[in-house]
Structures are given as structure tokens and as C-alpha cells.
Design a binder for this molecule. Structure first.
Ligand code: PLP
Length: 389
């Protein structure tokens, strides 16, 4: 399921998306298990979709209760779980990004931010960074850098200018009076776990504010505690005009959200979606978000993440492992290896029973549940030492 393995028709079976040779039938906390009952430590949290672990009892109970009450009603009727989701996400949003737009995926959260920014500013130029990943529907794809994702889909909507990630001068140069928005991941995930410096994000904030353009932080991977702060943009002390979230916000049930400032929300026009904020996914989101807040999982992620990072760096030296660099923040870490990441991941899964993710060809990406403890971190390090020695 890693991007590198998502090759259509690879196995000649009746599906488009390729699958791994490992059938997962259950999950419990930080583990997934197969039909034989073999447990795998999920060091990728199923692509960050299980921030509080798999089948967390609070989420399971909330979903069961809601399923018996009401599965669906359209978004034009207030319904208790959605009202709670609006309130919770609005309260947690950075600064004044407290207008909440709900949808069903990350790419849709980005599409919404793109439409709102264009409509609210009346401008069409948009800026994104080289290496960026913002999703795969046409609008979000236009902001996604890698040719691999874009190939075959021309003409992709125009108007997007890509700037080198981290280059303050290039960004300041690119933003002008025609710019509707700048989209940035505070830490590039799919692009290889590259954190932006605080200075870079502060510059992005300054130049967009000067020109009346929206700054959109795509926090679909970094958000809700993963990097040790509730939002990664908080690390730089900035407040964007919009933040996108998805992936783990409802523990893997399909929910995305665009949290934005009033002026941007005014650009929402007639944007909408039938399934948007349905009662069931909102029940899962409310329980997930409550758990993240009540158990202070952002600061826990900062602690365990620092420990994991330190242990990885030390292990790389003492065992002379083929590791070029360990980077990232909190529980969003990239281990750049001097060999194929996919081979490493396969060995980790099959011989060590540890599931991690790729981020490009040479980076092993670790996005474990925010609930992991130090002994789980130790297991991840030991498994990597075993496989890379
Ligand atoms: C995963 C991801 C997306 C796309 O989310 P989907 O739910 O797969 O559409 C967009 N931006 C970032 C930063 C992501 O990590």
C-alpha cells in the first residue's frame, strides 16, 4: 500500500490497487494481527490513521452506539455527533481557524481549501512546494509535486507554481498580488519526512499576510499531536488561515476537515458533499479527539518520539548501520537508509513482525500510534538493527 507499491494490476488480480502478501483481520492497540493470530507492531499506525491505536474501546463504543441511533442524515440537519465535532475541532484549531468544513478524505479537505482561497481572494495563482504531497483528486493533484502521481492525467489544472521547499527568498519572490494561497506541509511526509524550519514557516506567514494571500498548512499527516504539538505549525509559532486534517481524525473512518478563518470560509460558496460529517464518522472523531486531548497524547508523542529518535541515532552509530540520517519530530520520523526502503520494510514485516512505511525509495517512515510506550520504541529499534546489520 506504500505509494511505491501502488502499481495498478501488479498481481494480475481483480483489483486496481496492489496489496501486500499479508491479510490483516484484526487490530488491538498498537498491534495488527493476521488470521493465524500473529501480531505485528504497527509502526505506521496504518498510515497515521490509528493515532490512538486500533479498535480503541472508546471509538468502538461510540460507533456502536451511534450505529444503533442513526447512520446517516444529510448535513443540513444538525445532529449531535456532528455538532460536537464542529465544537471540538473549532476549539482545537490554531488561532482563529475555527470555522470547520467536514468532508470524507484528505484530498477533499485540500480541494475545499483551494476552492475557498480562490473564491475568497478572487485570485487564481497558487503556490506549493517541490516535494509536496496534497492528494490525488484533480485540484489537490495540481499541488502535488511528484511526476509519478501526475503522469497520465494531463491537462492538470494550471496556475500552480512550485517553489523549492525551505527556500525563504524563493517563496517571498513567488508570492505576489495575484496569489490566492500558499500550501505547505510543516513536515513533508510523502516527500521523505522533511521538516520545514520555523523561519521558513514564519516567512510564509509574513509574505502571505502582506499580499493578502491565504496560508494553508496541510496537517493531514502532521496534525492532532503527531509531531509533539497539537498542530505542527504551532512549533513555528504561526497561525495559518487554514489547516487541513484527515487520516487519523476519526481513527481511520473516512473524515477530513478544513479548519479555516472566517474570511476564508466566506469563499465556501456552494461547495458541499452528501456524506460530509455523517453521524457515524463524527462519533468516531469525537471519541478519537477526546482521547488525544484527555490523555495528552501530543506531549506523550514528544517524549516517546524524542526517545525513539535518540535510540535510533545511537543504534545507527554503535552498530554501524547503513543509515544516512534520522529526521522528523515527535512520532513522525524518517530513517534514511543506504539501501532500498522497500526491501527493508519487507524484512521488517516478515521476519521482525514490525510494520513500517516507505517515504520515497530510501526512507523508512515511522508514524506509530501516539499511544506507544518506550518498550514499543525499543522493539522498533531492535527490529531495525536486526534487519540492517
Ligand atoms: C495522506 C495525505 C493527503 C491525502 O489524503 P487522502 O485521505 O489520502 O486523500 C494529503 N496531504 C497529506 C500531507 C497527506 O499526508
Amino acid at each position: 500500500m506504500g505509494a511505491d507499491e501502488a502499481t495498478a494490476g501488479e498481481d494480475g488480480e481483480g483489483f486496481v490497487f496492489s496489496e501486500k502478501p499479508l491479510e490483516i483481520v484484526g487490530g488491538d492497540g498498537v498491534h495488527l494481527h493476521d488470521a493465524d493470530g500473529t501480531a505485528y507492531l504497527d509502526a505506521g499506525a496504518a498510515y497515521a490513521c490509528a493515532p490512538i491505536g486500533h479498535c480503541h474501546p472508546a471509538v468502538v463504543e461510540a460507533v456502536q452506539t451511534q450505529a444503533e441511533e442513526l447512520l446517516y442524515v444529510q448535513a443540513s440537519y444538525p445532529t449531535p455527533t456532528r455538532t460536537e465535532t464542529y465544537a471540538r475541532l473549532g476549539a482545537l484549531a490554531p488561532g482563529d481557524c475555527s470555522k470547520v468544513w467536514l468532508c470524507n478524505s484528505g484530498t477533499e479537505a485540500v480541494e475545499a481549501a483551494l476552492k475557498f482561497a480562490r473564491s475568497a481572494t478572487g485570485r487564481t495563482k497558487v503556490i506549493a512546494a517541490k516535494g509536496a504531497f496534497h492528494g490525488r483528486t484533480m485540484g489537490a493533484l495540481s499541488l502535488t509535486w511528484k511526476p509519478k502521481y501526475r503522469a497520465g492525467f494531463d491537462p492538470i489544472p494550471r496556475g500552480v507554481q512550485f517553489v523549492p521547499y525551505g527556500d525563504e527568498a524563493a517563496l517571498a519572490d513567488a508570492v505576489d498580488d495575484d496569489t490566492a494561497a500558499v500550501f505547505l506541509e510543516p513536515i513533508q511526509g510523502e516527500g521523505g519526512i522533511h521538516p520545514a524550519s520555523d523561519d521558513y514557516l514564519q516567512t510564509a506567514r509574513e509574505v502571505t499576510a502582506e499580499r493578502g494571500a491565504a496560508l494553508v498548512c496541510d496537517e493531514i499527516q502532521t496534525g492532532l499531536g503527531r509531531t509533539g504539538d497539537l498542530w505542527a505549525c504551532e512549533h513555528a509559532g504561526i497561525v495559518p488561515d487554514a489547516v487541513t486534517t484527515a487520516k487519523g481524525v476519526a481513527s481511520g473512518l473516512p473524515l477530513g476537515a478544513t479548519l479555516c478563518a472566517d474570511w476564508l470560509a466566506e469563499g465556501a460558496g456552494d461547495h458541499g458533499s452528501t456524506f460530509s460529517g455523517n453521524p457515524l464518522v463524527c462519533a468516531a472523531a469525537d471519541a478519537t479527539v477526546d482521547t488525544i486531548v484527555e490523555e495528552s497524547l501530543a506531549s506523550h508523542a514528544a517524549d516517546v518520539g524524542a526517545y525513539l529518535r535518540e535510540r535510533l541515532t545511537t543504534a545507527a552509530e554503535t552498530h554501524d548501520l547503513p543509515i544516512r540520517e534520522v529526521r522528523g519530530r515527535g512520532l513522525m520520523l524518517g530513517v534514511q537508509v543506504r539501501r532500498g526502503a522497500n526491501r527493508t520494510l519487507k524484512q521488517l514485516a516478515l521476519s521482525e513482525r514490525v510494520l513500517a512505511l516507505p517515504a520515497g525509495r530510501t526512507v523508512v517512515r515511522l508514524l506509530p500510534p501516539l499511544t506507544i510506550e518506550r518498550h514499543h520504541a525499543d522493539r522498533i529499534v531492535d527490529a531495525l538493527v536486526e534487519v540492517l546489520s
